[in-house]
Design a protein around this ligand. Structure first.
Ligand SMILES: [Ca+2]
Length: 547
């Protein structure tokens, strides 16, 4: 109903401006006559949604290559210096020749919801993909569908991961290569345009996807612009590097985040797994005692509980994984992704396509490596919600830029459509960053909003809504008896001093709370999309194996 209402509102809005009355009359008649017929209504909406409008004065449409990695956090790149020994020469090159956006946020830090937001330009409560299992609703329009209308040749390579069950081709792509769900690092099976192909002999997925992307680029119709969506499985756990990179970082030293060592009291009766001799900043701080660090107005209890679960350092993956091993394998797994980026940039150089091709490198969500004693994503802390975002297009922008503006995954679709000369469809909730890339002064958002919805399979992290300005962050939990969080990121970049009970910040907390509700009301988010449970409690050791 909500989705139908949104599409209806969009059509009504457009009616006021449209010059093409006949088309709109047909759209109205179609809409009125099938009010009771959901299928036909969706068809009408689809027809409406797919009529593109060209931007006035658009320059020649550029080619676009969008490279998405999985669970790559924003600061694990060589040039940021975060991990001193991590080398990513090709991502560094993108930053040097293009722009780096250190304040890029996802609207929901989870694979499928974020992927759906990238592809639709919509918040999770609007596209309703809120977990990693349920398939995307059929009426969603993916932005490459508009590109096809604009005569682009389009292709998809890699991880789709909206709905676990199928790798079949999705709308918007002339050429399709994908796999089911999470896929496999070694010897994968690809669905290539509807046909399954099995690879053997230690074929490594990252290399395979890069190789096939280049093959498609070489065979493309050179008279048409192209759009390539390369969606890596890497660097999702369980991390498996390419054989040539395995062990490269074995002897390096891990630097633990200051908030790693928040508790020395494991859950009663449970063996403590990762209790290392802490190094770096963490070694100077004593472990916080449970009673001093967690509880009312301090750190939320769910955080303490999660420390000792599938997604926490004290019982990670139910005790099957060692933290240091985990950290190093992640960094090694990233190397093949970086090499693939290099091969693609090299191809563009060799073919004289660098000037006319926009290349974006992005992650679908961030990842915690021990901050707050957590691993994984889902929550609204910085390392979970921020993703790498690099963009290069020498034809339209200066290189070597670091741009601090807050951008989001919902901005990808409007941006790519603009560079293709297509006006942003009115239902899209993101904004094109093209003016920013060109150095134009425009009005831009000064805060971002966040949402995450509790999952049956990983019940450690509660439903939450949040808002972040350039200095403050408010996190509000829903459906759980726990403390909210409020941080001054300037004073407290590691988010360890919860100010939710601070008297001097109460007015600000009230104001930001009100802004969260304004956002939800304005964007149709005042209800939680509910999905059928399709899996047992896989990530929950307290209810293991139960359905
Ligand atoms: Ca992910």
């Amino acid at each position: 109903m909500k989705r139908s209402k949104m599409i209806r509102d969009t059509i009504c809005k457009r009616l006021q401006n449209s010059k093409c009355k006949t088309v709109w009359l047909i759209a109205i008649l179609a809409l009125v006559s099938c009010q009771q017929d959901k299928v036909s209504q969706n068809e009408a909406a689809k027809e409406d949604g797919l009529s593109i409008r060209r931007l006035p004065n658009a320059s020649r449409p550029r080619n676009v290559i969008f490279i998405l990695s999985d669970d790559h956090r924003f600061d694990f790149m060589g040039f940021t210096g975060k991990v001193p020994w991590l080398e990513t020469p090709n991502l560094d090159r993108m930053a040097r020749e293009g722009a780096y956006f250190p304040n890029t946020f996802v609207t929901t830090s989870l694979c499928s919801p974020s992927r759906a937001s990238i592809l639709t330009g919509l918040y999770s409560h609007t596209h309703t993909v809120i977990d990693n299992q349920a398939p995307a609703p059929e009426e969603l329009i993916f932005f490459p569908q508009y590109l096809q209308k604009a005569d682009y040749q389009t292709s998809f390579f890699g991880k789709w991961h909206m709905g676990d069950a199928s790798a079949h081709p999705r709308p918007g792509f002339d050429h399709w290569e994908s796999f089911k769900g999470q896929g496999a690092y070694y010897n994968p099976t690809l669905n290539i345009n509807g046909k399954e192909v099995k690879y053997e002999d230690s074929t490594y997925i990252t290399d395979l996807l890069t190789e096939h992307s280049l093959k498609w680029l070489k065979k493309r119709d050179k008279d048409k612009p192209f759009f390539l969506y390369l969606s890596h499985k890497a660097v999702h756990s369980n991390f498996l590097p390419a054989k040539r990179h395995m062990g490269d970082y074995e002897d390096e030293e891990i630097i633990y985040p200051p908030s790693y060592n928040t508790s020395n009291q494991p859950v009663k009766g449970k063996r403590r797994f990762n209790a290392p001799d802490l190094k770096g900043e963490a070694s100077n701080s004593k472990p916080y005692l449970q009673d001093e660090y967690y509880g009312d107005g301090r750190m939320p209890d769910w955080q303490k509980m999660q420390r000792e679960s599938w997604h926490g350092v004290d019982y990670m993956y139910h005790g099957r994984t060692d933290f240091e091993e985990f950290f190093k394998r992640y960094c090694e797994t990233l190397k093949a992704v970086d090499e693939g980026v290099g091969e693609i940039l090299e191809y563009l150089d060799d073919e004289g396509l660098a000037e006319s091709t926009l290349v974006i490198y992005m992650g679908d969500n961030g990842f915690s490596f021990g901050e707050h004693g957590l691993i994984d994503k889902r929550h609204f802390y910085e390392e979970s919600v921020k993703v790498p975002f690099l963009v290069r297009c020498p034809g339209i922008m200066e290189g070597g830029q670091t741009i601090g503006k807050m951008i989001q995954n919902i901005d990808v679709a409007p941006t790519i459509l603009e560079i293709a000369g297509i006006q942003k469809p009115e239902h899209m909730q993101g904004m094109s960053i093209m003016p920013i890339l060109k150095g134009e002064e425009i009005a831009w958002r000064d805060r971002i909003f966040y949402e995450y919805y509790w999952e049956y399979s990983y019940p450690q992290t509660p439903t939450m809504h949040g808002v972040r300005t350039d200095r403050y962050k408010l996190i509000r939990y829903h459906g759980v008896w726990d403390t909210n969080e409020f941080y001054d990121l300037k004073q407290d970049p590691y988010e360890m001093n919860n100010l939710t009970a601070s008297s001097e910040h109460q007015d600000q907390i009230k104001q930001l709370t009100s802004e969260i509700y304004d956002w939800l009301e304005e964007t149709g988010g005042m209800q939680i999309p509910l999905k059928r449970t399709v899996r047992p409690h896989s990530g929950d050791h307290r209810n293991r194996g139960l359905y």
